[in-house]
Design a protein around this ligand. Sequence first.
Ligand SMILES: Cc1cc2nc3c(=O)[nH]c(=O)nc-3n(C[C@H](O)[C@H](O)[C@H](O)COP(=O)(O)O)c2cc1C
Ligand SMILES: C=C(O[C@@H]1CC(C(=O)O)=C[C@@H](OP(=O)(O)O)[C@H]1O)C(=O)O
Length: 395
Amino acid sequence: MLRFLTAGESHGRALVVIVEGLPAGLEVAVADIQAELARRRLGYGRGPRMRFEVDDVTITSGVRHGRTLGSPVAVEVRNTEWDRNPERWQREMSVAAEDGPTQAPLTQPRPGHADLAGMQKYDFVDSRDVLERASARETAARVVAGTLAKLWLATLDVDVLSHVVRMGAATAPAGPPPTMADLERIDADEVRCLDPDASAAMVTEIKEAARDGDSLGGIVEVVAHGVPVGLGSHVHWDRKLDSRLAAALMSIQAVKGVEIGDGWEVAGLRGSAAHDPISWDAQASDYRRTGARAGGVEGGMSTGEPIIARAAMKPLASLNRPVLGTVDVLTKEETVSFKERTDVTAVPAMGVVAETMVALTLADEVARKFGGDTVAETRRNRDGYLAALREGPLG
Ligand SMILES: Cc1cc2nc3c(=O)[nH]c(=O)nc-3n(C[C@H](O)[C@H](O)[C@H](O)COP(=O)(O)O)c2cc1C
Ligand SMILES: C=C(O[C@@H]1CC(C(=O)O)=C[C@@H](OP(=O)(O)O)[C@H]1O)C(=O)O
């Protein structure tokens, strides 16, 4: 089993993540983690914080001389705003009871954020007590865990990347599952969309929303290549790969819809048009699916085809020009919400987090199916399974 825990507030000293269940012998460098964190900071429409937040990474345990030991890996990501603006944040987020907050409490909750439900549930009158943890800053810690999962998956020739297929009203044309080369080519682009015209329309859409002080949501598609047949299982609800992927993706801040393959579209088709026919590839001695409607999962198990999962993000709740009605929790006066520094959109960044959640889910399923205390042992077990399939009655 691969599991991880994150801790940390958005403007606190640091985020912390502990990942347990990685095999020994996995090559890990701080630079790998920093590269993934940099991808998460990118994307047109991100707010001012992303220009100075540098994600200062320290691996504190579980790695020795560049290789995992099989023990829990703990990583700290310091919030550089803590040191950059000590007057503001070190006092505001102090753990000491004698240091009161420096700012008036935020009492006008933002519709669509975690503010009001969190204030009621935990009995806070200052929304900061909620937003600091609800904030998607936490996803930086997840991306650290996801980097480790991706590095492990890469030793099994499994790769996970994403692209943006919708930004507000701008939509990329549908196409076959992209290759890793396709996705790598656009990885540093401002919106990470495969279609150049749609990409330009997305940038325009973001500029217009920014001009209006508004926000945008959208849809990303995560693609995992090289996933062997048989991860997940049909035998129980909580072992189904599609259900696990859906839960993992839905856990991302502001994600409100998840689709595996052509989930929504096939609901409107006839069965004869909705499923991917099975064929035999004599050269590869393997079964293939013609088409990708199932998104690489049937019966809660990976089919060996690319896994395709989409995540839909609502427009961000904080608006640079707040117009949504709310109520001041102390006076009960009707007003608009408090104004908090914000992104205009974070759809490309969410794509990196979505890759992370898919990679962590796949790595956990790899651990369950193949086990192994070392990277070499997991790979040997995977190879043995695939060889047995080829040599058995189905091969
Ligand atoms: C990468 C990323 C960045 C985000 N940035 C913002 C932001 O700048 N402003 C905002 O209001 N919400 C932002 N969100 C969304 C909020 O964190 C989210 O809406 C909030 O925690 C409430 O959770 P819910 O939308 O799932 O109900 C972001 C989400 C992600 C994944
Ligand atoms: C800090 C990050 O995202 C933040 C997520 C977020 C929210 O409400 O979720 C609000 C903004 O925070 P701030 O007000 O500090 O600028 C984003 O910048 C990050 O992704 O690292």
